[in-house]
Design a protein around this ligand. Sequence first.
Ligand SMILES: [Zn+2]
Ligand SMILES: [Zn+2]
Length: 288
Amino acid sequence: MKCQRCGSEPFERFRGGMYCRECFAVKYEGAVESAVRRYRMIGENERVLAAVSGGKDSVAMLSVLEKLKKRFRFEFSSLFIDLGIGDYTRNSKRIVEDICKKLDIELHVVRLCDYGFTIDDVSGKTCSVCGNVKRYIMNRFARENGFDSVATGHCAEDILSNFLKNLYSGNIQWSEKQRPRLDGYDRMVTKIRPLYEMGERENILYVLSRGLPFVEDECPHAPSTIWKEMVYDIERRIPGFKISVLRNLARERREDSAEYRYCRICGEITSSDICQFCRNVARFSRNQ
Ligand SMILES: [Zn+2]
Ligand SMILES: [Zn+2]
C-alpha cells in the first residue's frame, strides 16, 4: 500500500487513510487547524504562551502552532516550568531547549524552587500539588508578561479522562472546564487546548513524522492510568464516543457566575481566603 495522497512509501494511517511521513504530518496539521477554527481558539494578533513539558503532546502542539501562526496571525512563545523532579526535569528541560532552538521559538523558564519548594519536597498527593503549581505559574506568568492566552497540550484522552474522574468525584462543575477555549476573566488568562480533538497516538506519530525529539520517560510521580484506560475501553465498544463527548463538552453553555475572592497572600484568584498554591508553599517550603 502506498501513500494515498502522493504515492510515496507509506508511514501510518490517519483517520482512515494511509499516508507517507510528510502527508501524515500535513493531514494532522490540517486536523488541528480545523479544530482551532471550529472552536475559535485563537484571535488575530493574540499573544499565545505555549506551556511545554517536553512530552509528545506538548511537542506536537509547539510544532503545529509554529506552522499555524502565520495563517492565523498570532504570536507565540513557550514556557517550561522547572518543577525540580531530579533527572526527569533536567532531561525534559534539555529536550525542550533543543526543540525551541530547532523551531526558533522563544523559551521562558520558571523555576518552582524560586517559590521555596520543589515537587520532590511534596509528600502525599504529589500529582494534585503538581497540577495546582502548573496552573498557577502558567496563569501568573502569562498575565504578568502580557500574554492573551495559555495553550496547553491536553489531548482528547486527557480531556475525557479528566471529565470521567471529575464526574466520579462529584466535581460536576469541573466539566465546564473541559473545553477547547476557556475565556479569561479578572486575573485569569484565557486557556486554549489546540489538541482538543487529537488522540495521544496521533500526537506521537506526528512528532515522529516531523523528526522531533520528546521526553520518553514517564514522570516518576505519574498518576494512575485507569481513567484513560476506561476512555479507550469505551471507545472500543462505542466507536465515535470520544469525538461525540468532546463536541458536547465544547458547546456553549450559560455560565453561573462562580464566586471568587483574592488570595490574602499573593492576590491571585481563589475560592477561599488563601489560595491552594500559597498553602502548598507554606506546607512544603524548605525555609521554615
Ligand atoms: Zn504522501
Ligand atoms: Zn496565593
